[in-house]
Design a protein around this ligand. Structure first.
Ligand code: ATP
Ligand code: MG
Ligand code: MG
Ligand code: MG
Length: 477
């Protein structure tokens, strides 16, 4: 008997065939029905069993969570909600799951509870759906770039450069932490780092991606990124995946076009290829909303929200225009912003970003031309001498999803900025070489993959869209 996945069996192709399927028991009821799922789809295959024909010892092991191999005939189902079912002829138990101790029971578990069970939570419908959407999106990322002539560059994880200011770094060390070598002053002797050189885990592959763009033209990197974010927000992880395209001869406008087109296309991919999972996640949200006060309910169901983003033009606004809007608005009748914008040049707080996106424009916003002093040294200075060609893309419910810029291609200006910041230019000799030899306008952006998955799945906490979240106090396995 041929073995099929549950997804294959649920398509009409195998009706009346003798089939075998493996999976985990989702539910079983009235001693007649087993709902089996193998992770291939959100839907279960119903297995109809004549329990009287089986040994009691075997039946005892058929509990939620048990892994089974089931063989039988695939027939049309009379039951509601499914088109086919298996008339079971043979059951083999791969492994049981004692209901006294197996934590994933067929009831609704809180997301907090499931975070404690990160090794088992993919057995729930919610996490399986999220992880399938995550997988589809990551395929769509590669597909988009490969289709559009980009080359995938593997930028290093261990790096001596730190994309100055991108985030707090984790140091890489060959030290024996229990007995670190000490200097004469009793400080840890970091010369032992990476065989004598100070290194850290990458906070961004940008500088290296730039290097490769200035030779391959259009490149992207998509890999793990590390920031020692010692805080507990629902948008930050200490280890996340970042998508960073970089394009030679592209200015900021072309960079904004690329980012917008890219986001729309990957979201469309999910809409087309993850229909059932998105429907499930949408229904989950709708159920959750019922218990919320009206004012906190989201205005659009998930799928409509994704379609809205992929069908509508993102609003492009300069930082200066945004500040004017914020100065002249109050978030609601009584309240001022908690963080006031009283000075041009201040960085925006997330409450400002959310106001612009969710209340004022009611669509994704690309903010650009930020004050130079709140952005990184490598961003292209505008002719006004005050602002840089930087852009952030802000998303409803998420806040910043993309940060990008046109890079400073002029050696003299880049050097001036580096000096003003007190950065040792010797450390960046290789980066400066790119401006000495065949420099050109170029630009790129970084998109946090988990923030994209958050948006696409409608989840509220970034810990729930990555298999093993790394946050302070959370690195058990
Ligand atoms: P934020 O303001 O949210 O801290 P950032 O401005 O520090 O983000 P960038 O350096 O611009 O982040 O990085 C590019 C993108 O990477 C961000 O727009 C965001 O989508 C994502 N990102 C940044 N930090 C994290 C993090 N700690 N966890 C998950 N994603 C992140
Ligand atoms: Mg940050
Ligand atoms: Mg930011
Ligand atoms: Mg940013």
């Amino acid at each position: 008997m041929k073995t099929f996945s549950v997804k294959e069996l649920l398509s009409p192709d195998h009706l009346h065939q003798e089939v075998t399927v493996n999976g985990w028991v989702k539910t079983y009821r009235s001693n007649r029905f087993i709902a089996l799922n193998d992770g291939s789809t959100i839907n279960n295959i119903q297995c109809v069993v004549d329990f009287e024909e089986y040994d009691e010892n075997l039946l005892k092991q058929i509990n939620t969570g048990a892994a089974l191999k089931i063989s039988g005939t695939l027939v049309e189902s009379q039951g509601k909600g499914q088109s086919v079912e298996i008339q079971v002829k043979e059951i083999k138990v791969h492994g049981g799951a004692d209901p006294e101790v197996y934590p994933i029971q067929p009831k609704k578990h809180s997301l907090e509870f499931l975070r404690e069970k990160a090794h088992l939570r993919v057995r729930t419908n919610t996490f399986a759906a999220i992880m399938r959407v995550r997988s589809a999106l990551s395929f769509a990322v590669h597909q988009y770039f490969q289709k559009n002539g980009f080359f995938y560059v593997h930028t290093p994880i261990i790096t001596g450069s730190d994309a100055e200011g991108a985030g707090e770094m984790f140091r890489v060390s060959t030290l024996d932490n229990k007995k670190p070598p000490l200097t004469e002053d009793g400080e840890i002797d970091y010369r032992e780092d990476f065989f004598g050189k100070e290194t850290n885990l990458t906070v961004s592959g940008q500088l290296e991606a730039e290097t490769y763009a200035m030779g391959l033209g259009k490149v992207y990197t998509f890999g793990p990124t590390f920031r020692a974010e010692n805080s507990n927000t629902s948008r930050h992880l200490a280890e996340f995946w970042m998508i960073e395209p970089e394009v030679a001869f592209n200015d900021l406008d072309a960079n904004m076009d690329l980012a917008e087109d890219f986001i729309k296309e990957v979201i469309n991919y999910a809409l087309e290829n993850c229909k059932e999972d998105l429907q499930f996640l949408e229904q989950r949200l709708l159920d959750e909303e019922k218990s919320k006060p009206q004012a906190e309910r989201s205005e659009m169901p998930l799928i409509e929200k994704l379609k809205f983003v992929s069908d509508n033009t993102f609003k492009r606004v300069t930082y200066t225009e945004a500040i004017d809007i914020l100065r002249n608005s109050k978030p609601n009748k009584k309240k001022q912003f908690k963080y006031l914008i009283d000075e041009w040049g201040a960085d925006l707080q997330s409450e400002h970003e959310r106001f612009l996106v969710e209340k004022h424009f009611k669509c994704p916003v690309i903010l650009f031309d930020y004050p130079a002093k709140i952005k990184a040294f490598y961003m292209r200075l505008n002719e006004d001498g005050k602002t840089v060609r930087a852009m952030d893309i802000l998303f409803p419910g998420i806040g910043e999803i993309v940060g990008g810029s046109q890079r400073e291609e002029r050696l003299d200006i880049l050097l001036e900025k580096i000096k003003a910041l007190g950065i040792d230019e010797k450390e960046l000799w290789w980066y400066l070489d790119l401006r000495k030899f065949g420099t050109a306008v170029h630009s790129g952006f970084g998109l946090g993959f988990e923030r994209l998955v958050l948006f696409a799945t409608g989840m509220g906490n970034i810990r729930d869209v990555i298999p093993f979240p790394r946050t302070p106090q959370n690195a058990e396995f």
